[in-house]
Design a protein around this ligand. Sequence first.
Ligand SMILES: [Zn+2]
Length: 77
Amino acid sequence: MIIDTDKCCTACGSERLVFGYTGNSSNVFVPSNIFIVYGFRTRSFVCLDCGHVGQFISKEKLEKLRSRIGEREELEE
Ligand SMILES: [Zn+2]
């Protein structure tokens, strides 16, 4: 289990989260209007207090997405 200490449940605020991945059909985020071959694989968590399931992408992939969006915005200016 990977502990990501800056995350908490988006439904109840609990920090008692278990991290993992959802099934193959829904674990890739593909941004609109950006050409990208594989998308960004999402990570998931389940809150041990309320059962809420959340998804996010890793900080490394978030940086990639930010740079892709930044590149596009620079081209549009
Ligand atoms: Zn919760």
